[in-house]
Ligand binder design. Structure first.
Ligand SMILES: Nc1nc2c(c(=O)[nH]1)N[C@H]1C(S)=C(S)[C@@H](COP(=O)(O)O)O[C@H]1N2
Ligand SMILES: [Mo]
Length: 522
């Protein structure tokens, strides 16, 4: 029959648009409430449950791109299922219609369940469920309307005998109205999230004024930045700072509502709001952060000027009970990080940071308060969106990444990276300059050496040192002769210890081995 060929694609289109409108409207409600978009709620579970090797692969191959890809994958999966539901509905009749609406309701309920149980930054239960409830309602109503275009239309009629009296057919007009309405509603909701300042965000961050630290950092010495095109900025601009976290949404905490509880094995529990916190002695320091997931030569390292309260002051105020050897810190989304108390009290500049490069912390980097501890990889020290700080013992808990096969304690390994030339570049023959960075936070960098092909190690020229907690740039002049060449770099830390050549993958406690680049000279 003639209409069959139209009905089926129409059903699929209707199902897809119902899903699209539901997801878009859910996204808008999530933007307004700060609650989790159901897609993100599912995504967080995927992240939490992904086996280590899969996650390592995603971080390595996709980097920060794994976030949009994960969202896309979930959206596509949901939309395909909804399209299938629409296809079923296009047969007309009670059963297919029930199945289609049932599938829409089922998907919506799954989203709601994930929103309730997944890690999320939403603080109130209402915010947590509203986006999924909106999604659920639009999905069910949308799918119901789609089914209404396909005859016989018996969804709301019970007596079976009447089924025969109903004409088979396709209500084209009704279908067009429905899909147009879904497309417009979905499109409008999606556009609204782009144009309206709905993410009450910016305003929240503007509420907080960066305080003036009592103990300022010295000016960054002249000569820390080498003048070679293609080298990193010595101070990483905030928008370029690498980012590693395990949520798909970015928590947006209201600084007026933020509170930190310092408790556990302490003499006196502290509860601090943001004003209380910055009312204490503030220090300003340049500290280079590094991620344990960074591959040899990888990008997950950045250097910033931070302002914050020394953690040792807060611990002294609270009074650490004997026997405690760890702090378990928790972020607003429930992620936990374990840090040795020794690293927080041995005199290094471990801080609860409130500013990054002269601004309040960007939302992506932990606004309003995060930890920064020189010398430890981020996953054991740099808790963003910090809300809870418990003095405890390593043996009494295990943190988020420790549960996923990463070491409980992880000092940063000495590393060096070639930034110029890039691998597989083509250079002109003649005098050439290579350049890069090296880091060994807490120890500093004393020497960097470069090797051309299998030649002798030759000293690179070190740029000025800022502090032992920051990375250090270097340059190396050499004479490039035609052909394929390889440059390899190695660093020696401030204690005189050479960077290890032993090859290690990031898991469990950081990659090691020498970085090299291969390129051709013409
Ligand atoms: N709340 C929270 N804090 C977190 C993380 C996270 O996933 N969630 N990731 C940690 C890791 S693995 C690193 S390397 C640093 C990265 O900080 P950045 O994103 O500001 O560069 O933050 C740490 N703090
Ligand atoms: Mo990390």
């Amino acid at each position: 029959m003639a209409t069959r060929s139209v009905r089926r694609p129409a059903g699929v289109l209707g199902g897809v648009l119902a899903a699209g409108a539901a997801l878009a409207i859910g996204y808008l409600v999530a933007a307004i409430t700060g609650g989790p978009w159901p897609v993100d709620a599912v995504g967080v579970q995927v992240i939490d449950m992904a086996p280590g090797p899969v996650k390592d692969w995603a971080v390595r191959e996709l980097g920060t791109n794994d976030r949009p890809l994960l969202r896309l994958g979930i959206c596509v999966t949901l939309t395909v299922i909804a399209g299938l539901a629409g296809f079923i509905a296009s047969r007309g009749g009670r059963r297919p219609q029930q199945i289609a609406v049932g599938i829409a309701a089922g998907l919506g309920l799954v989203g709601l369940a994930f929103a309730i149980f997944s890690r999320s930054a939403a603080t109130s239960v209402i915010d947590r469920v509203l986006p999924s409830i909106a999604t659920l309602i639009v999905a069910v109503v949308g799918m119901f309307l789609v089914t209404q275009a396909f005859k016989p239309n018996l969804l709301l009629e019970s007596p079976t005998p009447r089924e025969k009296e109903q004409p088979e057919g396709f209500d084209r007009r009704r279908f067009l109205i429905t899909v147009s309405a879904l497309a417009v509603a979905g499109g409008a909701a999606w556009s609204a999230t782009k144009v309206l300042p709905v993410r009450a965000g910016a305003a929240l961050r503007d509420k907080f004024k960066v305080p003036i630290p009592a103990d300022r950092a010295a000016a960054v010495p002249a000569g820390v930045q080498v003048d070679v095109p293609g080298i990193s900025n010595f101070v990483t601009p905030n928008p370029k700072f690498y980012r590693v976290d395990t949520l798909l949404e970015v928590p947006r905490i209201d600084p007026d509502k933020w509170e930190l509880r310092i408790h556990g094995m302490v003499d006196k529990e502290l509860r601090l709001n943001l004003a209380d916190l910055v009312d204490r002695r503030l220090i300003e320091r340049d500290i280079t952060l590094t991620c344990v997931s960074n591959e040899i030569g990888g990008p997950y390292v950045g250097n910033a000027r931070w302002i914050g309260v020394p953690i040792k002051d807060l611990l002294a105020e609270a009074g650490v009970k004997s026997g405690a050897d760890a702090v378990k810190s928790t972020s607003v989304d429930g992620l936990t990080i374990g840090t040795p108390i020794s690293a927080l009290t041995d005199g290094r500049d471990a801080i609860l940071a409130v500013a990054m490069n002269g601004e309040p912390l960007p939302f992506e980097h932990g606004f309003p308060v995060r930890m920064v501890v020189p010398g430890l990889y981020g996953y054991v020290s740099a808790t963003k969106w910090l809300v809870d700080f418990e003095v405890t013992r390593f043996q009494d808990f295990s943190a988020y990444w420790t549960d996923r096969g990463w070491a409980a304690e992880a000092p940063i390994k000495t590393a060096s990276r070639i930034e110029v030339p890039k691998g597989f570049a083509t250079l002109k023959a003649g005098p050439a300059v290579a350049a890069g960075v090296a880091w060994a936070q807490r120890r500093g960098i004393k020497k960097v050496e470069v090797r051309v092909d299998e030649g002798e190690w030759q000293p690179a020229k070190l740029a000025a040192e800022d502090t032992i907690d920051t990375w250090r740039q270097w340059t190396f002049k050499w004479d490039a002769t035609p052909g394929m060449h390889r440059l390899t770099v190695r660093a020696t830390d401030g204690k005189g210890e050479l960077q290890t050549t032993e090859l290690a993958a990031p898991r469990p406690n950081g990659s090691s081995g020498l970085h090299d680049v291969v390129f051709s000279v013409e």
